[in-house]
Write a protein that binds this ligand. Structure first.
Ligand SMILES: O=C1O[C@H](COP(=O)(O)O)[C@@H](O)[C@H](O)[C@H]1O
Length: 230
């Protein structure tokens, strides 16, 4: 399991070049199918990449955009991945894209929320382009080591969206599951800094996706490309 690795001279170069790569892949998909589905990560890393995407020319009106995972907080909360998406990707050229909400109706239990969100996600699968982040604990999306439903989320029979509670997560989450992420046509993993490079090396040295959930993505049939900048 050796991922393709692209190293960039700077984080700014990483954001710009990965945005161009993803837009080229979306453009090819639109030519072939008339529409495309893009999944992107939340968290602290992807802001500049998402902003760079927003400025790229593309027929964004036929692009469905969703998050790989969401934190179960109000949609306008500072920790909501949807807030990041609204403030970065869904502006400029990309304002015309259609957002597939991972934010459930307030007041639902995480289990009810997963069922509701699945109804929005299922019709726009499979993912054409999927960009994932990774935490220093080797989680990706909200597939966390120690997550209460991690084994279920990694199984080939996993549902599309699953709720996840984990010691490393400040709040309950909703996450796309491994089979959904692994079957994306193009998979990119966006990481920055030595700590995450070390975490990737650690993930490659273990054998279990339960210990290192990012392994589930690295093992995707079509492979994944890691995009790294210091
Ligand atoms: O909590 C999350 O963490 C991962 C990694 O985020 P980062 O802050 O270390 O960049 C992210 O990919 C995921 O979407 C997010 O919900």
């Amino acid at each position: 399991m050796t991922p393709r690795m692209v190293r960039y001279d700077s984080r700014a170069q990483q954001a710009q070049r990965l945005a161009r790569t993803c837009v080229a892949q979306l453009s090819q998909t639109i030519e072939a199918k008339g529409h495309a589905t893009l999944a992107v990560p939340g968290g602290s890393t992807p802001g500049p990449f998402l902003e760079a995407m927003s400025r790229e020319k593309l027929d964004w009106s036929v692009v469905r955009v969703m998050l790989t995972d969401e934190r179960l907080v109000p949609a306008d909360h500072d920790r909501a991945n949807a807030k990041l998406l609204r403030e970065t990707l869904l502006q400029n050229e990309a304002a015309a894209a259609r957002l597939i909400q991972l934010n459930p109706t307030p007041g639902l239990t995480p289990e009810e929320a997963a069922a509701e969100v699945t109804e929005h996600v299922l019709p726009v699968l499979p993912l054409d382009v999927c960009v994932l982040g990774m935490g220093a604990d080797m989680h990706t999306a909200s597939l966390f080591p120690g997550g209460d439903r991690l084994a279920e989320a990694l199984a080939a029979t996993a549902p599309t969206v699953i709720p996840m509670r984990a010691p490393g997560a400040a709040e309950p989450r909703l996450t796309l599951t491994a089979p959904v992420l692994q079957t994306a046509t193009h998979i990119h993993i966006l990481i920055q800094g030595q700590e995450k490079h070390d975490a990737l090396d650690q993930a490659l040295a273990t054998t279990s996706a339960l210990e290192a959930p990012i392994r589930a993505i690295l093992a995707a049939p079509a492979g994944a490309t890691v995009h790294y900048a210091d």
